[in-house]
Design a protein around this ligand. Structure first.
Ligand code: PGA
Length: 251
């Protein structure tokens, strides 16, 4: 499968405060302006930082993303953030169905599909996360689980341009354990196959990125694995040097 220009997505989760994030982006901005980066770079900070980040990223090539959005366009939904609000903050992307949302907020495939449809309606690109638990992998159910998540959480509004799939094995997130590059390649090729055969009207191949304990040491090997079009990075992306070094593997 031919390699596309990789995309690197930083997921800061509920980390980083205003001062830290401004120091981070100042440094990152300098790196980006002084170096030619061929890759696409997306940072998904907590929503409270988006406005300040939006002022700092223009001209650097960094794009912004939200970590979640609500499935309705607007209304009486205290505490929630709409897709249009993310768009107003200059976000181009939104992560949906992260395993932490599936686990702590009981999000299921149907809800994620609805969120994705609403996000697509606002012209946001969605990064839909899928991945099996340790138990499911042990019982040789990983592919079955991932297939069900894919078919259940991708809405009809998805195209090759507005959808990215993140394969994030739940057992690899935050644990410092990852599947081998061969195992990652095997799952990524499987996901590409499912996407091609079960979803229509994709003008081009949907990108499939890997996430779960990516760090400076293992990023290159994972990026070289078959069918891997980029990385979704949690902890290592909070450290500006580490994130920059990861991007340098290709950029
Ligand atoms: P991690 O998180 O890189 O810290 O394992 C990845 C993620 O949850 O997206």
């Amino acid at each position: 499968m031919p390699k596309t220009v990789p995309i690197f997505i930083a997921n800061w989760k509920m980390n980083s405060r205003l001062v830290e994030s401004m120091q981070y982006i100042k440094k990152f901005r300098r790196y980006m302006l002084n170096n030619l980066v061929g890759s696409e770079v997306v940072i998904c900070p907590p929503a409270t930082l988006l406005r300040d980040m939006a002022e700092k990223v223009p001209g650097t090539g960094v794009r912004l993303g939200g970590q979640d959005c609500y499935h309705e366009e607007k209304g009486a939904f205290t505490g929630d953030i709409s897709a249009q609000m993310l768009k107003d903050m200059t976000c181009e992307y939104v992560i949906l169905g992260h395993s932490e949302r599936r686990k702590y907020h009981n999000e299921d495939n149907k809800l994620i599909a609805k969120k994705a449809e609403t996000a697509h309606g606002c012209k946001l690109k969605t990064i839909i996360c899928v991945g099996e638990t340790k138990e499911e992998r042990k019982n040789k159910k990983a592919k079955e689980v991932v297939k069900k998540q894919l078919l259940g959480s991708i809405p009809k509004s998805a195209t090759g341009k507005n959808l990215i799939i993140a394969y994030e094995p739940v057992w690899a997130i935050g644990t410092n354990t990852t599947p081998t590059p061969e195992e990652i390649g095997d799952m990524h090729l499987y996901i590409h196959k499912i996407l091609k055969s079960h979803t229509n009207a994709f003008e081009k191949t949907v990108r499939v990125v890997y996430g779960g304990s990516v760090n400076v040491e293992n990023a290159g090997g994972i990026l070289d694995a078959e069918g891997v079009n980029g990385l979704l990075i949690g902890r290592a992306s909070e450290d500006v040097e580490a994130f920059w070094r990861i991007i340098q593997y290709i950029g």
